[in-house]
Design a protein around this ligand. Structure first.
Ligand code: CMC
Length: 429
C-alpha cells in the first residue's frame, strides 16, 4: 500500500523527515521541525503571490483550470446559468443547497426588504466630484455602511452574520445605481418591489420620468446570467482580501470594502473596463495583428486574456459569448465585437499565447455586452462587484466558522540591513 507521506532529507544535516500528505498537500507548519540547530526558527515555504499555496479548505466553489470546469457547491456553472435566477444561485452559494420554491420566495422577500439605503448615504454621495469613478464611490460607500450597522461587529454571532449578508447582497445594486446617477446628475430612482434583482438594478439605473420602468426581458435575463457567472470564483485576489481582512474580525462592510478595492485593479475585476478601452484603441480589425505583435514584444498585456487558474478556455467566457448574440439582437451589434473576435482568433493561433496557455477570460466579452446594454464603461467593475458580493460573503462566513483559520499573517524573508548604528543628522552625507 502506498503511504500518504512525503519523505524529505535535509542535506545540510542528513536528517530525514516524514511529512503527512492530506488532499495532495503538505502542511507548511510541518516544515518548521526542519532545522540545522535546535534554537533556529525552522524551515518555511516561500510562495510570493500564493502561486502554489492552499490558504483554506473550502466547500463553495470548485475549479479545474486545466479542463475549464467551474462549479458552485457541486453544480456546473452551465446548468446554473441555464436554469436558475441569480438570487437562487446566491442562496445556493451562501447556504450550501439550492432553495425550495418557498425558501426562494422568502429569500427574495428579505432582499427586497433590505434593498433601500439610509437616506444619509445620499449626503455621502454628494461629497464626491461630478466625475468620480463609480467603483471608487462604491468602495467608499460599502465601508461607510459599517457605521450604519454597528451590531455587525459581532461577527461570531451567526444570526447577526446572516443579517449583514442579506443586507449587503440587497444593497449592492442600490449603491451601484446611486453612484452612477450621481455622475449623471440624475435624481435617484428607488427600487420597485415588483421587479427582479437584475430588473430592479436596471430600473434604478435607467428609469427617468416614466411612472413604471419595464426592463427588456432579454436584457434583464442576460444581466441575471452575467451576475450568476460572476458570483464566486474561489480564492481570487478579491476573495483573498475579504478573508484576510475579515480574519481580523472586523465587520463585513469594512472587509468587503477591501475586497472591492482588490477587485478594482486592472489585473482583476477592472480588466473588463481595460478590455473595452483596449478594443477602442485598436479600433478596427485591420489593426489587430500589429497590436498582437506589440503584446508579444512585451509592451503591454492583452487584457481579458490569461488566468492564474484557467489554462484552458474560461467556461464563463463561453457562456458570455452565447449571451452576446441574444443581447445584440435587441441592441444591435456592438462594432467592437468584430475586433474582439479577430483578436481572439489571432491570439488562439499564435505560438506566444498557445505556449503560455492564454485564453479569453470572463472579462474579454462581458464589457462588449454591458456596453451594448447601454451600461457605461466605468460601471463595468461595479457590475462585477455586485454579484461577487455573494461569493465574498459566503467565503467570509466560511472563514469565520473554520476553526483552523486564524488572523491572516504571512511570514517574510527579511532582505534588509543587519543591525547598524544610527548616524546623527549632522554627520549624514
Ligand atoms: N497578455 C500577454 N501575456 C500574458 C498575459 C496577457 N494577458 N497574461 C499572462 N501573460 C504572459 C506573462 O507575460 C508570462 O509570460 P513569461 O512566462 O514569458 O514571462 C506568462 O504569460 C505567465 O503570466 P503570469 O503573469 O505569470 O500569470 P499570472 O497567473 O501571474 O497572471 C493574470 C494572471 C490574469 C493576472 C494575467 O494573465 C493578466 O495580467 N491578464 C490580463 C488581465 C486580465 O484579463 N485579468 C482578468 C482575469 S479574469 C477575472 C478576474 O479574476 O478578475
Amino acid at each position: 500500500m502506498t503511504q500518504e507521506t512525503l519523505t524529505v532529507t535535509d542535506n545540510r544535516t542528513g536528517q530525514t523527515y516524514e511529512l503527512p500528505i492530506t488532499d495532495g498537500t503538505i502542511r507548511a507548519m510541518d516544515l518548521r521541525q526542519i532545522k540545522v540547530t535546535a534554537d533556529e526558527f525552522g524551515m518555511m515555504s516561500y510562495d510570493p503571490a500564493f502561486k502554489n499555496t492552499a490558504s483554506t479548505r473550502s466547500a463553495i466553489t470548485y475549479i479545474d483550470g486545466e479542463k475549464g470546469i467551474l462549479r458552485y457547491r457541486g453544480y456546473p456553472i452551465q446548468q446554473l446559468a441555464q436554469n436558475c435566477t441569480f438570487l437562487e444561485v446566491a442562496y445556493l452559494i451562501i447556504d450550501g443547497e439550492l432553495p425550495t420554491q418557498t425558501q426562494l420566495e422568502e429569500y427574495e422577500g428579505y432582499i427586497k426588504r433590505h434593498i433601500l439605503l439610509h437616506e444619509n448615504v445620499k449626503q455621502l454621495l454628494d461629497g464626491f466630484r461630478y466625475d468620480a469613478h463609480p467603483m471608487g464611490m462604491l468602495i467608499s460607500l460599502i465601508g461607510a455602511l459599517s457605521t450604519f450597522y454597528p451590531e455587525a461587529k459581532n461577527v461570531e454571532d451567526p444570526v447577526i452574520r446572516q443579517l449583514q449578508m442579506t443586507r449587503l447582497v440587497a444593497k449592492m445594486p442600490t449603491l451601484a445605481a446611486f453612484a452612477y446617477r450621481h455622475v449623471k446628475g440624475f435624481p435617484n430612482a428607488y427600487p420597485d418591489p415588483e421587479l427582479s434583482y437584475a430588473g430592479n438594478f436596471l430600473n434604478m439605473m435607467f428609469r427617468r420620468a416614466e411612472p413604471k420602468y419595464v426592463p427588456n426581458p432579454v436584457l434583464e435575463r442576460a444581466l441575471d446570467v452575467l451576475f450568476i457567472l460572476h458570483a464566486d470564483h474561489e480564492q481570487n485576489c478579491g476573495t483573498n482580501a475579504m478573508r484576510a481582512i475579515g480574519s481580523s474580525r472586523v465587520d463585513p462592510y469594512c472587509a468587503m470594502a477591501g475586497a472591492a478595492a482588490a477587485l478594482y485593479g486592472p489585473l482583476h475585476g477592472g480588466a473588463n473596463e481595460a478590455v473595452l478601452r483596449m478594443l477602442e484603441v485598436i479600433g478596427s480589425v485591420d489593426n489587430v495583428p500589429a497590436y498582437v505583435e506589440r503584446v508579444k514584444a512585451g509592451e503591454f498585456r492583452l487584457m481579458g486574456f490569461g488566468h492564474r487558474v484557467y489554462k484552458n478556455y474560461d467556461p464563463r467566457a463561453k457562456i458570455i459569448k452565447q449571451i452576446a448574440d441574444e443581447v445584440f439582437e435587441i441592441s444591435g451589434r456592438n462594432p467592437l465585437l468584430d475586433v474582439a473576435l479577430e483578436l481572439e482568433k489571432i491570439a488562439l493561433e499564435d505560438e506566444y499565447f498557445v505556449a503560455r496557455k492564454l485564453y479569453p477570460n470572463v472579462d474579454f466579452y462581458s464589457g462588449i455586452i454591458y456596453q451594448a446594454m447601454g451600461l457605461p464603461v466605468t460601471m463595468f467593475p461595479v457590475l462585477f462587484a455586485i454579484p461577487r458580493a455573494v461569493g465574498w460573503l459566503a467565503q467570509w462566513a466560511e472563514m469565520i466558522s473554520d476553526s483552523e483559520q486564524a488572523i491572516a499573517r504571512p511570514r517574510q524573508i527579511y532582505t534588509g540591513y543587519d543591525e547598524r548604528d544610527l548616524v546623527p543628522m549632522i554627520e549624514r552625507g
